[in-house]
Design a protein around this ligand. Structure first.
Ligand code: ADP
Ligand code: MG
Length: 682
């Protein structure tokens, strides 16, 4: 489906530079994008009710004749009403138009119109305020409602879609889903689906169209995921002859927990097996996933290969590089770091050392994925905080070696049904044990009136040698003011509650080197209170920090709060998390209560699921999946299952999607995953 589908929107009459940019904000740049931009809802203008029988306070469509001229009534500056009476023979009704002289002037007594809105008033006096008004004829139908953006309203988008469909008439005949599969799963053609998702004749057709489009979307998703995973079926080329666990353990300043030892053993077992390792290590925050990764890396390296560890943020990459260097250099291992903030000459040197094999363990951000990064002999790829990466990125890093082993680490517990989709054939190890001596973090939710008392509590602990995080209050508009208000907040603390204490500020707009410096000072206890926007969320590890105060705690989801809280309780000191919030809304209050009642990440994930539903696990890119346009995993589980089995059947007969009938699928798949690559990271 190329050619016209890829034509830029400008080909539509009336769409120029400005409109194109507005459309781009909705992710639409080509005609193909436009017809694949599905309505988010519909208005039923086809079901016309009489005025006498129209239900009160429910949206409906009424066909009636204007019997008076619109009368202008200037209520005050900025508010002018135009009222007129209509009748459909069963009864009469007053219509009010707000402020639009233009709309009012179009109303002519004696003419018939469609009024779409809610009937108010009472049986003696019915009225409809601010209805949508159309002339009958083309108006009497189910109308699509699109997500709008500044400058583009749903009606305008509708008209563009309609024109695009005319231009793409021929293209609609090509169908990515082969006919036999459509038949088997009772799916309509692509033409029917696209035409009816936008301009359905009745509600039934929307369902038929929707089912087909959901199937298509999930089929393509599944094909992509299965292909990424299919590498694990090829045989193991990175042989691990010798197990170095004991040697590794002797380098550690602590004894591995049983869970860590078991998981490491599982990893090494995998790497000695017939196929490359594909393993997910799931462990709550603080369970010590890094040590497992280090152990696996150590073993691979001692067997003559390189390993790579990819982290989602620079801070985290720096931190891993520092701790792994101090841990593994005693074992003769050279750790190198690769992030976006290296100078050109540093970068050149690192790349060189990676390609010659001088660096054994490369730690970095997604910079590791860039072109020009070449390994001599990459045997193991580890991604930390897996949920922050796209599946495609993991695959991309793996492609830098010849079938390397893959280890992914995640602190986000996900429900089994979803795990199956995402990690279908990853083996899973669970670190269900925290290192010894950890005390559960005590969590309190307070309102802002008690802030001062909370700060006194924090100061008392700092005086005893501890350190604290404070997560800044929320600001409304954008990064600029975010920064300004964070700075202001720190200054206020420095002059007020925390006068005389060493404060540091960490925010998203700092240069990586500056961030690193602040983190470093915090790690060395040269800063007592680290005030931060949420950049500390993932992975940061400073065991002496035993307190965290989170302002505007209501703005965070449970998973995020749990991650933030996971920054403390990492050492042997008693730790405290204080959630400050004045929110009254029920859901926010409930979240804070849950936080106070448990430290168990799996319980929290369960509650999260109850509060938000599984859709959100995907919706907010928690797991690096492509955005789904139409499928909803809350309700479309059964379509998902048939899409999954269909994807397997297709790959079984055509593993590279080379057959002519699979060409379109192959292209669509590439497109979907390319997008993940672009913005799977934040
Ligand atoms: P996470 O699973 O959240 O990534 P980390 O790997 O950052 O956790 O480990 C958290 C802290 O626990 C680190 O300071 C680490 O040194 C420490 N740690 C890890 N394993 C053990 C252990 N077996 N005994 C004691 N401390 C440990
Ligand atoms: Mg970690």
């Amino acid at each position: 489906m190329t050619g016209k589908m890829d034509m830029p929107l400008r080909y539509l009459k009336g769409v120029g530079e400005r409109r194109s940019q507005q459309f781009a904000r909705l992710g639409i740049t080509t005609l193909g994008d436009l017809i694949n931009f599905y309505p988010r809802n519909y208005e039923d203008w086809s079901n016309i009710v009489s005025i006498a029988e129209a239900p009160f306070n429910q949206t409906c469509c009424i066909k009636a004749t204007a019997i008076t001229e619109p009368a202008e009534n200037r209520v005050r500056k900025g508010l002018t009403l135009y009222k007129f009476k209509v009748s459909d023979g069963t009864s009469t009704m007053m219509i009010t138009i707000f402020n639009s002289k233009y709309a009012a002037e179009k109303i002519k007594p004696g003419c018939e119109y469609l009024f779409y809105g809610q009937v108010g008033g009472n049986f003696n006096h019915r009225e409809m305020a601010a209805p949508q008004i159309e002339t009958p004829g083309s108006g009497t139908r189910i109308r699509p409602i699109y997500r709008q953006t500044e400058g583009l309203n749903s009606r305008y988008i509708e008209s563009c879609v309609s024109r695009a469909l005319e231009i793409l008439d021929k293209e609609l005949d090509s169908d990515p889903i082969p006919a036999d599969i459509r038949l088997k799963h009772n799916l309509c053609t692509r033409r029917f689906a696209i035409e009816n998702i936008h301009f359905p004749k009745n509600a039934e057709d929307i369902n038929i169209a929707r089912k087909r489009l959901v199937f298509e979307e999930l089929l393509i998703l599944q094909l992509g995921l299965l292909k990424i995973k299919s590498r694990s079926r090829s045989s193991n080329t990175v042989f691990i002859c010798k197990d170095y666990t004991d040697e590794f353990a002797s380098l550690l300043p602590f004894k591995l927990t049983d869970a860590q030892a078991r998981t490491l053993k599982e990893c090494i077992g995998d790497m000695q097996g017939e196929y490359p390792m594909s393993r997910l290590v799931q462990g709550d925050v603080g369970s010590g996933k890094t040590a497992v990764a280090a152990g696996a890396a150590y073993t691979v390296i001692k067997n003559g290969y390189q390993a790579a560890l990819m982290a989602p943020t620079e801070i985290l990459a720096e931190q891993h590089a520092t701790s792994l260097t101090s841990l593994l250099s005693k074992g003769g291992i050279k750790v190198g770091i690769l992030t976006g903030s290296l100078t050109a000459s540093q970068k050149r040197k690192t790349l060189e050392e990676l390609s010659t094999g001088e660096i054994d363990l490369a730690v970095g951000t997604h910079a590791l994925l860039s072109e020009g990064v070449e390994f001599k002999k990459l045997g193991l790829v580890i991604t930390d905080e897996q949920h922050r990466f796209g599946v495609a990125q993991r695959a991309k890093l793996a492609a830098k070696g010849i079938n390397p082993h893959i280890l992914v680490m995640s602190a986000t517990p996900i429900p089994r049904s979803l795990a199956l989709i995402l990690y279908g054939d990853l083996d899973v190890s669970i670190l269900d044990q925290l290192p010894p001596g950890r005390k559960p973090v005590e969590t309190y939710a307070i309102n802002s009136e008690k802030r001062e008392r909370a700060f006194n509590y924090v100061k008392k602990h700092i005086d005893e040698g501890r350190q604290a995080y404070i997560v800044c209050p929320l600001v409304e508009n954008g990064e600029e003011s975010d920064l300004a208000s964070a700075t202001e907040y720190v200054e206020k603390l420095a002059k007020g509650a925390f006068k005389g204490y060493k404060l540091g500020l960490l925010h998203g707009r700092m240069k990586p080197a500056e961030k690193e410096k602040v983190m470093d000072m915090f790690a060395k206890n040269e800063i007592s209170v680290l005030v931060s926007t949420t950049v500390i969320e993932v992975g940061v590890d400073v065991p002496n920090a035993a307190l965290i105060v989170i302002e505007n705690a209501e703005r965070f989801g449970l998973a995020q709060l749990h991650q933030l809280r996971g920054r403390v309780g990492r050492g042997s000191h008693k730790s405290t998390c204080i959630l400050i919030s004045d929110a009254q809304n029920e859901e926010a209050v409930r979240r804070l209560k849950i936080m106070c009642s448990t430290n168990d990440g799996f319980k929290i994930a369960d509650e999260d699921l109850k509060l938000r539903g599984p859709g959100d696990f995907f919706g907010n890119r928690q797991h690096g999946l492509p955005d789904l346009k139409i499928a909803d995993l809350k309700t479309d589980m059964s379509i998902l299952r048939s899409a999954q089995s269909t994807a397997r059947e297709i790959l079984a007969i055509d593993c590279d999607l080379k057959l002519p009938q699979h060409q379109e699928l192959s292209k669509e798949m590439a497109k979907l995953f390319e997008k993940v690559g672009e913005h799977g990271l934040n």
